[in-house]
Design a protein around this ligand. Structure first.
Ligand code: MN3
Length: 241
């Protein structure tokens, strides 16, 4: 059975498995391997960026991108592997004293890995707008593209502390949903598949935008890759069928 057929057959459960497991998204998005989150042994791996570190200039400067990708995203991947190893060790040794601690850590680090992997592909060096099915759904669920933009922007700008603004697809309700995520994993709704994510951790903007998070979020709308979000919606809809 081809992988995509399997996904159709297995339905929602697979979408959930994929989110925590291997390829968050389907073939097109894994052609450059950026969405492949684990290797054949199930260890978390970080793929190369799909562009050079200066590709998103001037809106995202290369030094920020370098530090962000290498140390923040990269650090989460390393930590997620350690968390998973500690959980395995606890299971092997039948010692459950600290397993809840590592489970929390893994939720945090693996969510960071997933969201960062999506974030890099959500950006490009030219301005775009949603079209076709994605635009229709945006209009149905939020009224208009302008309203969605305002909603996503204000939600991202107002995250308490570090976190993300997220546009996702909710298979249970067949709707697009906005989330205001704290850290990498808090305040989600079960099952939501992220389509477009905005990293508003300070490491994401502080070198260039200083304390002006709102300016960073507004600037990001110049480099959002709506084609990528549309592709992710397309794949999410396939998973949900
Ligand atoms: Mn980040």
């Amino acid at each position: 059975m081809k992988r995509i057929d399997f996904l159709k057959t297995a339905g929602l459960a697979s979408a959930a498995t994929l989110l925590t497991g291997q390829n968050v998204f389907a073939q097109n998005l894994t052609s450059n391997n950026i969405d492949r989150l684990v290797d054949a042994n199930g260890n978390f791996i970080q793929q190369a960026l799909p562009y050079s570190e200066s590709f998103l200039e001037p809106y995202m400067d290369s030094e920020t991108l370098h530090l962000h990708y290498t140390f923040h995203h990269g650090g989460a991947v390393t930590a997620a592997n350690k968390d998973a190893q500690m959980i395995k060790k606890a299971l092997d040794e039948n010692n459950f004293e600290t397993i809840d601690f590592w489970t929390k850590k893994l939720a945090y680090h693996s969510s960071s890995h997933i969201l960062h992997s999506i974030f890099w592909t959500n950006l490009t060096n030219k301005k775009s707008e949603p079209t076709k099915d994605l635009l229709k759904r945006i209009e149905k669920d939020f009224g208009s593209y302008d309203k969605l933009k305002s909603y996503l922007a204000v939600t991202s700008k107002n995250v308490d502390g570090n976190g993300w603004g997220i546009l996702g697809y909710q298979p249970y309700t067949d709707k697009l949903v906005i989330l205001q995520c704290e850290n990498h994993e808090k305040l989600t709704q079960w099952g939501i598949i992220p389509l477009l994510v905005i990293d508003v951790w300070e490491h994401s903007y502080y070198l260039k935008y200083k304390n002006k998070r709102a300016d960073f979020v507004d600037a990001l709308f110049n480099i959002i890759n709506w084609d990528n979000a549309a592709q992710r919606l397309n794949d999410a809809l396939k998973f949900a069928k």
